[in-house]
Design a binder for this molecule. Sequence first.
Ligand SMILES: [Zn+2]
Length: 76
Amino acid sequence: MIKILLLAVGVWLIITLLKNYGRSVDQDEKAAPPAETGEDMVRCAQCGVHLPRSEAILSGGEFFCCDEHRRQHHPD
Ligand SMILES: [Zn+2]
């Protein structure tokens, strides 16, 4: 009976070790740096579209994708 218990514990240990090993491999792959342009993305305050900061129009502390949306958001 003790032999069966030892065998069961041994099998459980092997399975646990294998699972932990597989998980750590997964984490290593996910830890790889994502491919990014490095440019900040901003959100149009009018329509919500995301665009690079360099292409956005800044007005009143908010970003817009085009002059049309800037005028719609700040009618004057
Ligand atoms: Zn917009």
